[in-house]
Design a binder for this molecule. Structure first.
Ligand SMILES: Nc1ncnc2c1ncn2[C@@H]1O[C@H](COP(=O)(O)OP(=O)(O)OP(=O)(O)O)[C@@H](O)[C@H]1O
Ligand SMILES: [Mg+2]
Length: 381
């Protein structure tokens, strides 16, 4: 599986972002959720955090490595980087955190600063419009401070070029004046550690990528790890979460702690309003049925795509354009919002001849693949 399949493009982000502003959350007492126009994902399954959600997220964020669940490889590597820097009494190398939304990049950045015992300055690629903004920020950093640049792939080019020298030599050239009279004034910076986060490492330019001493590749969480995330969050939110309830929510969370935490809050709502507040397997099932989240964590768009592929096109191969028309969506929406998870869940394959349903897709829809079709087309790619 390539990185590509995990990536969320700006289009998909905005398709999801739209759904945040959709009026009314779904789930009003079992009534049909409000109609969504095309390209919108059920907010409950979006891997992007809504604005109001950030506050809750901050309260659930792990503060130290020992609270950070899962990602054992990344944690071990990072701990070594930090520990050795502490022993040498030098700021650690610049760190790049790469991975899909909601897997804990921001959390890790905060943990890095906390473990180093240094303050952290937070900004993001899109916020740095001019090189001057970045120069001002860099020159104000104290020795050893951590600078966190979220969505670093979206930084403006002139600022990025300034960043090269800052990262490598702890120096910036500030250009004063314009045209032939312009002069570059070199300014020394305190040694700092840049922590960059990106959902799209592929979009980073080579020179920028090369200046990070360590890149952490975050991966989706397995069910057992998500259960630990859920147990921790339940404790913080004072929710009575039973083991079978945790397992049920974890299995529908698309490998993403952010989604797990959100589903937990929705199931808690249901448990408090319709039951005794205790989150068990059956309560989780009933609650998630209200929110249209199925056993695999697929939502309506995902299921519509699978359904069209299997029922209308006999499992494919079919072109993505045709598939998009069949479900009444834009091609980009199908490609960027629905397909990444379907591919990752092993339900859909992208082949040069078109999209193909896997046997798992047929059985998820409780259908039997016709013999002699479906199977072989998977492998002639
Ligand atoms: N390893 C983890 N252990 C416990 N909770 C986690 C972990 N990773 C993420 N979370 C939870 O998921 C939420 C989202 O994590 P975070 O904001 O760090 O993700 P992100 O990768 O920065 O996402 P984005 O790409 O959207 O910025 C956090 O509030 C935190 O509660
Ligand atoms: Mg983040």
């Amino acid at each position: 599986m390539t990185d590509d399949e995990f990536e969320v493009t700006d289009n998909a982000m905005s398709a999801r972002a739209k759904s945040r502003t959709a009026p009314g959350e779904p789930g009003g007492g079992g009534a049909a959720p409000p109609e969504r126009s095309e390209g919108e994902r059920e907010p409950v399954l979006s891997d992007v955090a809504a604005v109001e959600e950030r506050e809750v997220e901050a309260s659930l964020r792990p503060k130290r490595f020992d609270e950070f669940v899962g990602q054992p490889k990344v944690r071990e590597q990072l701990q070594l980087v930090l520990e050795s820097a502490k022993r040498r009494n030098r700021p650690p190398d610049h760190v790049l955190l790469s991975g899909p939304p909601g897997l804990g990049k921001t959390s890790l950045a905060m943990i890095i600063a906390a473990e180093l015992g240094t303050p952290i300055r937070v900004t993001s690629g899109p916020a740095i419009e001019r090189a001057g903004d970045l120069a001002a920020l860099l020159t104000s950093l104290a020795e050893g401070e951590v600078l966190f640049i979220d969505e670093i792939h979206r930084i403006a080019r002139p600022a990025e070029e300034l960043l090269y020298m800052a990262m490598e030599d702890f120096r910036v050239d500030v250009i004063v004046g314009k045209g032939p009279g312009a002069t570059a004034i070199p300014l020394d910076l305190e040694a700092f550690t840049l922590v960059g986060a990106t959902t799209r490492a592929g979009l980073l330019t080579g020179p920028l990528r090369d200046r990070f001493g360590f890149t952490a590749h975050m991966d989706f969480y397995d069910a057992a790890e998500l259960e630990l995330v859920l147990r921790r969050s339940a404790e913080l939110l004072a929710v009575d979460l039973r083991a079978d309830g945790a397992a049920e929510i974890a299995s529908r969370s698309r490998g993403t702690p952010r989604i797990a935490n959100r589903l937990l809050r929705r199931v808690r709502d249901y448990a408090e309003v319709r039951a005794d507040g205790i989150v068990t397997e059956s309560i989780a099932q009933a609650a998630l049925a209200v929110y249209d989240v199925d056993e695999l964590g697929l939502d309506r768009l995902d299921r519509a795509v699978l359904d069209a592929l299997v029922r209308r096109f006999g499992g494919g191969p079919v072109g993505v354009g045709t598939l998009a028309v069949a479900v009444g969506e834009e091609v980009e929406t199908v490609e960027e919002v629905a397909e990444p998870f379907l591919v990752r869940a092993g339900l859909l394959a992208r082949t040069p001849r078109g999209r193909v349903a896997t046997p798992a897709a047929w059985s998820h829809l409780e259908l039997v693949p016709p013999s002699g079709s479906g199977g072989p087309t998977l492998f002639d790619a």
